[in-house]
Design a protein around this ligand. Structure first.
Ligand code: NAD
Length: 292
């Protein structure tokens, strides 16, 4: 390994941030979870802790492994707390200005060898890296949702990403049990190029009355071998996130299959965003940010 990864930070304690923090803590790293308010940080920590305890109950982790991972979590609302981190992973809103500003601020705080990872779904890694004085250490690492369960992470270099940063990023991801695929810095990378049109098709099938949400989910898990049906998955992803990613890809690629179907717009307008609001395609008592 070319880097000291002892301590990792995840900025943004939402759906993806809490999932990625789970991966880092479970992988043995001290993991700082940073967000803009104490409340959001605590929600993220509760989500990670809940997931790890459930993993122990399900026999996926020993009680000791679970408690060790939980003891690695540190909450933070100040970027200066991240000064000693070897890897900083941003999972904040999908807004290039917010991400650039974050990396600009981090430049003055972390060491020049600290890896800056962006978990963007649709933005250009090169564009985000332009916010940093040292774009060579900025790498696109796109986790799949739910991050603690999905093994794959797409790795994309920006125009100025250095080979050492790519290599060290892959080392880090492998050390937390992830499989990586390398892709180009293009809208949607590999996974969303396939996933978004497919999810849209499932939603259109539901709108057209081809089946109920339950029957479509069952057809997909039972016949296609997916671990989860499209509507369960969309509820975990968040309908707002799906809408935003689909629209961004549609705007960039100009192919109608990427455009979000009207049902998505109606659900977002109603606040039925999925698991995080307790109601999406299905309803939930447990609004923790990702399933287990
Ligand atoms: N949801 C998915 O399925 C998915 C999958 C892969 C990648 N992504 C990408 O991951 C990123 C996060 O998505 P999400 O679904 O977790 O969003 P989310 O809305 O659930 O969480 C975002 C979090 O970032 C925090 N935040 C915003 N600005 C911040 C700042 N300056 N400093 C600290 N915290 C800040 C917010 O308070 C919020 O808690 C986005 O870029 C998204 O495109 C999402």
């Amino acid at each position: 390994m070319t880097q000291n990864f002892k301590s990792v930070a995840v900025i943004g304690a939402g759906t993806m941030g809490s999932g990625i923090a789970t991966v880092a803590a479970r992988g043995g790293y001290q993991t700082i979870i940073n967000d803009v308010t104490e409340e959001r940080v605590q929600r993220g920590i509760d989500t990670v802790t809940g997931f790890l305890r459930k993993s122990v109950k399900l026999g996926r982790l020993s009680a000791e492994q679970g408690e060790t991972a939980i003891s690695q979590l540190v909450g933070s609302t100040e970027l200066k707390d991240l000064a000693d981190c070897g890897v900083v992973i941003e999972a904040v809103f999908e807004d290039v200005k917010v991400k650039q500003e974050l990396f600009r601020e981090l430049d003055g705080i972390v060491s020049d060898r600290t890896l800056l990872h962006t978990n963007t779904s649709t933005l250009s890694v090169t564009g985000i890296a332009a916010g940093s004085r040292l774009p060579e250490r900025v790498v696109g690492t796109h986790y799949c949702n739910p991050a603690p369960l999905m093994k794959l992470v797409e790795v994309a270099a920006g125009r100025h990403t250095a080979d050492w940063a790519l290599e060290a990023s892959r080392d880090f991801l492998e050390s937390v049990g992830k499989t990586t695929v390398t892709t180009k810095d293009r809208p949607g990378f590999i996974v969303n190029r396939f996933l978004i049109p497919w999810e849209n098709n499932c939603i259109r099938a539901l709108e057209n009355g081809l089946g109920t949400k339950e029957s479509i989910d069952l057809a997909v898990t039972g016949a296609l071998g997916h671990p989860m049906g499209p509507f369960r998955l969309l509820d975990i992803i968040g309908l707002d996130i799906h809408q935003q990613v689909a629209l961004r890809l549609y705007e960039q690629l100009r192919e109608p299959r990427f455009a979000p179907p009207p049902m998505v717009d109606r659900m977002v307008a109603a606040g039925d965003l999925g698991r995080k609001t307790g109601r999406g395609f299905y309803t939930y008592d447990d609004t923790r940010l990702f399933g287990s």
